[in-house]
Design a protein around this ligand. Structure first.
Ligand code: BJW
Ligand code: ZN
Length: 243
């Protein structure tokens, strides 16, 4: 891919860069994107109907099992060339913030240092009653494991529809978006708020908006540069072009 010289020169001079990633970045690692159909047993459910507090209240075991399956899968796959290129690109900028909506931990496994997790992380659990956080727990057969403190049901430490995002992560993301000179939106459909507003907050403050996605999104008409294709191909090329 040929990147416009004006973009590469702009990035060479830039010191503050923010990147927002979504499920598309992990697609080439073999993880399904959020709005892709699920496989097998899960094909009958829309992910939107499993990622809500109401779904967990209705059927905690079903929701726990959906996340247990995804946790297992996320642990089996490897970061792809896109994740690795982002970890390389981070080193080129004095202030680089990677904001991810992904809950799979693949950016950290690829070596990214400064990662803001907007929607939590599937490898952690927390109590649905007392908010006690756990990195490890014993899976007790078919049942949802209980909280060691209060006996409440454990849930994945992710943000479901209708829930507020972790306050510190969100304010750090807004801060990075408002102060960056270039904002990248990569592999996200831009449908889910408040993450989808970050690019517009950056643009309002004068940042150059660069989008990388397999398909155009609602952000595309507002992007200064749109590169259509897979992030696993385009990001390594961008990393090389910045050399
Ligand atoms: C590739 C590729 C490749 C594929 N290379 N690209 C304002 C207006 C309207 C609604 C709201 C609003 N404010 C809040 C809302 C409600 C709601 C919302 O946004 N709803 C919309 C759907 C309308 N938001 C919330 O509820 C949020 N909370 C909140 O705002 O609290 C305050 C509040 C509460 C109550 C009322 C009002 C305000 C919380 C949102 C939490 C989202 N959680 C999830 C689940 C996490 C756990 C899990 O993974 O199960 O997060 S939902 C899901 O969507 C997941 C993702 O992180 C997120 C974003 O999805 P993403 O990453 O963009 O994936 P896809 O699948 O959508 O797209 C993949 C993209 O990749 C596509 O574009 C492909 O083309 C591309 N692609 N292969 C490059 N190889
Ligand atoms: Zn508890």
């Amino acid at each position: 891919m040929d990147f416009p010289t004006e973009l590469i020169s702009y990035l060479h001079a830039a010191t503050r860069v923010a990147v927002l990633t979504g499920a598309g970045v992990s697609q080439e690692s073999g993880l399904r994107t959020f709005r892709d159909a699920q496989e097998g047993l899960w094909a009958q459910y829309r992910p939107e109907d499993l990622a809500t507090p109401e779904a967990f209240d209705r059927n905690p075991r079903l929701v726990w099992e959906f996340y247990a399956m995804r946790r297992l899968k996320a642990g089996e796959v490897l970061p792809n060339a896109g994740h690795i290129a982002l970890a390389e690109i981070e080193n080129r900028f004095p202030a680089f913030t990677l904001i991810t909506q992904n809950v799979d931990g693949l950016h950290q496994r690829a070596g990214s240092q400064s990662v803001i997790e907007l929607h939590g992380n599937i490898t952690r659990a927390r109590c649905s009653k007392c908010d006690f956080f756990l990195e490890k727990w014993a899976d007790s057969g078919d049942d949802v494991p209980p909280c060691p403190h209060c006996g409440g049901l454990l849930r994945p430490d992710v943000v479901w529809f209708g829930e507020t995002l972790p306050a510190q992560a969100l304010s750090a993301a807004i801060e990075a978006a408002r102060h960056c000179q270039a904002f990248f939106s990569i592999g996200t459909s831009g449908l889910v708020q408040p993450a989808a507003s970050l690019a517009f907050a950056a643009k309002e403050r004068g940042a150059v908006i660069v989008e990388i996605n397999a398909e155009p999104t609602p952000l595309t008409p507002s992007a200064d540069f749109f590169f259509q294709g897979s992030s696993g191909k385009i990001l390594p090329q961008l990393s090389r072009a910045l050399n």
